[in-house]
Design a binder for this molecule. Structure first.
Ligand SMILES: [Zn+2]
Length: 246
């Protein structure tokens, strides 16, 4: 049966903070798989251990992928932020991405899934060339039509669960807004990518709102309306040539 495939991505991962531990525990209870976008240069050794243990104990519930290099903003004032983008040479972008990839390999070995998420969802042609050259199998940015004609799978996260301030800082969560966004995304075709930032959870209300949304998602899955997938699952589907997503 073809079901809409959904992935869940948590970006800006580098420390085993309380909010991360609470939310990742909750997702595990619900058996909801989640893709963690790790910022290589900021990754703390303790967090590397936490992620490796999570992947080892439940490989079907966790993917570990690369989110930029150091999550620096290189855009000029007044321009949309980016770490990888038009103001940076091909060489600079390639070097940063490659240095990040080395850290990911060293930290996670075979537990790393070769996917790249550009910080602030900014990128240009040089970014995509570097992604291709370094052998990433998946690229995942923000809301846009999926790219074609590249050697990697493009899996944009079309839905941002948290709201953003005008300067791009992730802000609060609202479960009604999340469900409204979900309904719009579910009406379309293709893989439904959902991104959130656990770091944007500032208090009990935000935590309740996102947990409510995750319960809703688990219910849709339990009732057979959607299939939750990791990037590594989608790579396997691609390799087998079988279409398992609507
Ligand atoms: Zn980020």
């Amino acid at each position: 049966m073809f079901l809409p495939c959904v992935f869940l991505r948590d970006d800006d991962i580098w420390s085993d903070d309380e909010v991360f531990l609470e939310l990742s525990g909750f997702l595990k209870e619900l058996r909801l798989p989640v893709i963690y976008g790790v910022i290589p240069l900021r990754l703390e050794p303790r967090m590397a251990v936490v992620l490796k243990n999570a992947k080892k104990s439940d490989p079907a519930l966790v993917d570990i992928v690369q989110h930029g290099y150091q999550h620096a903003n290189h855009a000029a004032a007044g321009v949309a932020k980016y770490e990888f983008g038009p103001g940076r040479s091909n060489d600079r972008q390639h070097k940063d991405m490659s240095a990040g990839l080395k850290i990911m390999h060293r930290s996670f070995g075979a537990m790393f899934t070769p996917a790249f998420i550009p910080p602030y969802h900014g990128y240009d042609r040089a970014t995509l060339d570097a992604v291709e050259d370094l052998g990433f199998r998946i690229f995942s940015a923000g809301k846009k039509a999926a790219l074609s004609g590249r050697s990697f799978l493009d899996l944009p996260a079309r839905v941002a669960l948290n709201k953003y301030a005008p300067d791009g800082t992730p802000l609060a969560f609202d479960s009604r807004d999340m469900i409204a966004q979900w309904r719009r995304a579910a009406a379309g075709r293709g893989v439904i990518g959902l991104v959130y930032h656990h770091r944007a959870i500032k208090g009990a209300d935000d935590m309740t709102a996102i947990k409510t949304f995750f319960r809703f998602l688990a219910l849709l899955r339990d009732q057979g309306h959607v299939r939750l997938a990791l990037f590594s699952d989608l790579l396997r589907v691609e390799k087998s040539g079988r279409e398992r997503c609507r």
